[in-house]
Structure formats: structure tokens, C-alpha cells
Design a protein. Structure first.
Length: 400
């Protein structure tokens, strides 16, 4: 946090020189979640009832803003292994008790330019490589400086340097599940709007510069490109994503490897019903642990199923062939933004294409006033990797 405060203090005098009427905005949100996990091979199920509270304030004056936010996560029912506390005879639910300063940032915005310094949330594109892990109660933030530049209309240059990653493990984090991981992380994304969608090139240099993090083996450099677009087809809307990246070892990583990433995804929205399908590959190198394509800073819950079996890519990589279907309504009686959806995943290794297993994910959600409620279910059927697992969630979110 020392570097964060230095940046904030360095920038603060410039802000006072442009003092204007200050606008104050309070920040507040709460999330109550029940999660249960039944996993083969463990003596007991996991049951977790957790309550996350966040509060803070944002002050704006002219082009400057300052934001500070803290949070606490309370375990009301803690019959689970949170990765740090409890018995490992139960499945893991990665929401440990915590109290933390989640954001403390100073931001300057001008036409075509913005810079944010301090503790902040960072996400690039779909958060496949760098994200804030929003689903987990503690989330992930970064002690960083980020600059967003629009040199010409339709082109954006997004650069960030992060010297510390504040992980989901919170204040009691230790060992391979640390409170924070230091390192010289560099993220760069250059995007241009084209007639077929947003075309971007990226470089994500992840530096896990601590021996406790797999002996530096999670440090990597990934370079790639992504296309994200949509087109009208009559009354329907077709959305598509294409992405490719090449990853290799970086900085102090003792492994010598290179692996590829591929994504092809398409979804058709008929104004209510929605169908989708995709194929994602996190490739393997030589079949040795941590020489496959890794994304340790990603919002992993969004990808490869909600059972969280592939947060660390297996040595032989993983291929995920998936399909989804859903339906959305703007309103159903007093409920707003009503959604139901289902997804199916078939997992195989990248090397030798062996079967890993398959998964079904189900979701229903709706909003009533300022409260959003959701019900989720995930069933992972193991066939060569991990073990059979069922997960169920009930969740209420409120935002000020």
C-alpha cells in the first residue's frame, strides 16, 4: 500500500490547483449468499452462508475524483473449507472471512485521456486474462497505475502497471494463497472499432514474483488478438468473439514452455430467447505441470463451467466445447430483468484429446427494486479428471 499512497500524494497537489465544487457520492452494496457443495471423495459436504458488505465514498471536482471503499465478509454458517480455515475434509468455498480496503484511488479524466492511480479494480475485455473476480465475495483488486488514451475516434490504448495483486484470500492469506502477490505486472490493450466489431491486440505480462506462488511458475507473457462484434440478421442479433494468444514463460519462471489459446464463440439473440455455442482451448506444451496455458489473474468463474475444476489449467491443457440456451424478459409482474439459462460443457485434454468430463450449469435471476436474486446450479460429471461435484447457490445482491 506504500506505493499506492506515494502515487496519490504525488498527484494530489495538481488536483488542488483545479479545485471546484466537490460532489460527494456514497457507495454501498451488500451480498448475502448460500453455497453448498457435494464433492465425491470428501467426507462431508460444504455449507457456507456468507454476508459481504461494502461501503465507501467518491468525491469529484472538475476532472478529478477520489474514491475509497472498504468491505467485510462475514461467515454466518461456516461448515466449509475456505482455503485457509476449517477442515479440508469438506469441499472448498473460496470466501474466507475478511476485512479489507478494496479501493483507494485517485482519477483524472480529460477528453481522450484518463489515468487512475492507487488500489483499483481492473478488467480487460471479457476478463479472461485480467479481471476482478467479481463472483467471489472478496474479489480481486490491484495496486496499480492505469492510463486510457483515445488518440483518435474509435481507437483506444489501455495500459496498466500493477505492482501488487490483492487476492480473494484476504487478510489471513498465506503460502500459495497469499493476501497479496507482488510483481511487475504489465498489461497493454490497443483496440480499434471496425465495421465487423472491436479488434484488439494485447500483451499481458504476469509477474508472480514470490516463491510461494508455485516457485515463480505462474509468471507468463501472453500476446494475442481478439475480435468482438455483432450484426443484425432480421429481428435477431448475432454476437461473435474470436481470440488467439501465445503464452510463454516470463521473468523468474524456471519452466521453458510455450502454449496457445483459442476462442470461437457465437450467440444469437431473438429478443427474448438466446442460443449460443463456443469452443475454447487452453493449450498444452510438453505435458508438465504449469507448462500449459495459465490465466492466474482471470475472473475464472466466467469460463469453463461454474464447478471451478479448471481454474489451474491441467498439464495436458483443456478443450471446452460448450452450448447454451436462455430466455430473458424485461419484466414479469413486479420483477425486472428476468433471465433463465442453461449451459452444457464437454471437456477434453488438448494433448491426445482425452475425455475429462462434462458439466451442466443452470441459472435463474430477477431484479426487484434494488435487490437482485439469483439461483445457480452446477453439476460436474468426471470422466478422467477431478471428481463428480454438485454446487448450488442462492444469492441476494443489493446496491445503493
Amino acid at each position: 500500500m506504500a506505493r499506492t499512497l506515494i502515487f496519490l500524494l504525488a498527484l494530489a497537489p495538481a488536483g488542488t490547483a483545479h479545485a471546484q465544487a466537490v460532489q460527494i457520492k456514497p457507495l454501498g452494496e451488500a451480498r448475502l449468499r448460500y453455497e453448498t457443495v457435494d464433492q465425491d471423495g470428501l467426507a462431508a459436504n460444504a455449507e457456507a452462508l456468507t454476508l459481504r458488505l461494502r461501503g465507501g465514498v467518491e468525491a469529484k471536482a472538475d476532472r478529478w475524483s477520489a474514491l475509497i471503499e472498504g468491505q467485510g465478509n462475514l461467515a454466518i454458517v461456516e461448515d466449509y473449507f475456505d482455503g485457509l480455515h476449517g477442515a479440508a475434509t469438506r469441499p472448498i468455498v473460496a470466501d474466507p472471512r475478511n476485512i479489507a480496503l478494496t479501493r483507494a484511488q485517485l482519477r483524472y479524466v480529460a477528453p481522450g485521456f484518463a489515468v487512475t492511480a492507487g488500489r483499483q479494480r481492473i478488467g480487460f475485455d471479457d476478463e479472461r486474462f485480467v479481471g476482478s473476480v467479481g463472483f467471489r465475495q472478496n474479489g480481486q483488486s490491484y495496486d496499480a497505475v492505469r492510463a486510457e488514451v483515445t488518440p483518435v475516434k474509435g481507437v483506444k490504448v489501455d495500459l496498466a502497471y500493477a505492482w501488487s495483486v490483492r487476492t480473494i484470500w484476504g487478510i489471513d492469506g498465506a503460502g500459495g494463497r497469499q493476501q497479496a502477490v507482488s510483481g511487475d505486472n504489465v498489461f497493454a490493450n490497443v483496440a480499434a472499432q471496425t465495421p465487423v466489431g472491436k479488434l484488439s491486440g494485447f500483451a499481458y505480462l504476469v509477474d508472480q514474483d514470490e516463491a510461494a506462488m508455485q516457485g515463480f511458475r505462474m509468471s507468463s507473457q501472453s500476446y494475442g488478438a481478439r475480435l468482438d462484434g455483432s450484426q443484425k440478421a432480421g429481428k435477431a442479433k448475432i454476437a461473435y468473439q474470436l481470440s488467439y494468444a501465445r503464452q510463454s514463460d516470463w521473468h523468474r519462471n524456471p519452466n521453458d514452455y510455450s502454449a496457445d489459446y483459442y476462442l470461437a464463440d457465437v450467440a444469437v439473440d431473438f429478443g427474448g430467447p438466446r442460443l449460443g455455442a463456443g469452443y475454447e482451448i487452453l493449450g498444452a506444451s510438453g505435458g508438465t505441470a504449469l507448462t500449459s496455458f495459465q490465466t492466474p489473474l482471470a475472473t475464472g468463474f466466467k469460463f469453463q463451467g461454474w464447478a471451478d475444476k479448471y481454474l489451474v489449467t491441467p498439464p495436458d491443457g483443456v478443450r471446452d466445447l460448450y452450448a447454451s440456451a436462455g430466455w430473458s424478459w424485461k419484466a414479469v409482474g413486479p420483477l425486472k430483468a428476468v433471465t433463465v439459462q442453461a449451459a452444457y460443457h464437454d471437456y477434453r485434454s488438448d494433448r491426445a484429446a482425452r475425455s475429462y468430463g462434462d458439466e451442466i450449469d443452470l441459472l435463474a435471476s430477477a431484479k426487484l427494486g434494488k435487490i437482485t436474486g439469483s439461483v445457480r446450479y452446477a453439476h460436474y460429471n468426471a470422466d478422467g479428471f477431478a471428481t463428480d461435484t454438485d454446487k448450488f447457490w442462492l444469492q441476494l445482491d443489493w446496491m445503493l
